[in-house]
Design a protein around this ligand. Structure first.
Ligand code: NAG
Length: 256
């Protein structure tokens, strides 16, 4: 049923393009007249052209394609391996458009130790590696590669009056997801590691805003002179540890 519907649309599409003169009708195939297209130059692999005659480069991920639901005056080549033509909302506000989309959207770790957004990205990189005569890239695991923590948003120094509330933010990325601690050091050498059971200084941790990212906040309620010092965001996972510091200064001024 679906195939019949598709066929009808396909025939209609050819009819439409013939009538409008956008695309020439297929002539009998003479493959000796085909331009030479080597698999090497086609990142998304080879496909047969619209007439099923010559080998041409298939459309890559995110390239436009012909979808029965989207009228198009242009005839695109088929989407490459592991890709399918899907209708999507036009991000620039125009009418919906059809683009090649990867069938397998799982983020995965390649044999080169890099994390790929999906299977098609990995395969494209593998193809490029092959062209450069480097080892091809295989799926190492269907999960992101492990990575040392990285502080993507370091805490920023603040200064405020006593009795005010101060927030420090630290955003960290890593796989496995890092654990975040805050280390306070006063100029006199006093040291406190948060979280602790302090009722004025508390921490809050949330996953996000992106995958493999965690955000930690340190809140100092009713700031006191004794809170002044350096605050270090320490992020660690099984692969390593990173840290970034900022200072909290208590401003002079009328205490209210
Ligand atoms: C200073 O304290 C006030 C009152 O608690 C607060 O609204 C403000 O965000 C604080 N400023 C900074 C930079 O933390």
């Amino acid at each position: 049923m679906a195939i019949r519907g598709f066929l009808t649309l396909f025939i209609l599409a050819i009819f439409y393009s013939t009538v409008t003169g956008q695309v020439k009708t297929c002539e009998p195939c003479d493959s000796s007249k085909c331009p030479l297209t080597s698999d090497k130059e086609c990142i998304a692999g080879l496909t047969l052209d619209r007439c099923g005659c010559c080998q041409v480069c298939a459309q890559r991920e995110n390239e436009l394609c012909n979808h029965p639901e989207i009228p198009s005056s242009k005839q695109y080549e088929a989407c490459g391996e592991n890709l399918q033509c899907k209708v999507r909302v036009n991000t620039r506000g125009g009418p919906p458009e059809a683009r090649c989309e990867c069938n397998d959207q799982t983020e995965m770790c390649g044999s080169d130790g890099k994390t790929y957004r999906n299977y098609c990205h990995l395969m494209e990189s593998s193809k490029l590696a092959k062209i450069e005569q480097k080892p091809i890239i295989k799926v190492f695991k269907r999960k992101p590669c492990d990575s040392v923590p990285e502080i993507t948003l370091p805490p920023v120094s603040v200064s405020n009056k006593t009795k005010t509330n101060v927030f420090l933010t630290c955003e960290v990325a890593g796989v496995p997801l890092p654990v975040v601690e805050w280390v306070y050091r006063s100029s006199a050498g006093k040291q406190i590691v948060y979280p602790t059971d302090d009722d004025r200084v508390s921490t809050l941790v949330r996953g996000g805003p992106n995958a493999h990212v965690v955000t930690s906040w340190l809140q100092i309620q009713s700031l006191q002179r004794s809170d002044e010092g350096t605050y270090t965001c320490v992020a660690s996972n099984t692969l390593g540890k990173v840290e970034k510091s900022c200072t909290v200064t208590v401003e002079n001024g009328r205490e209210f």
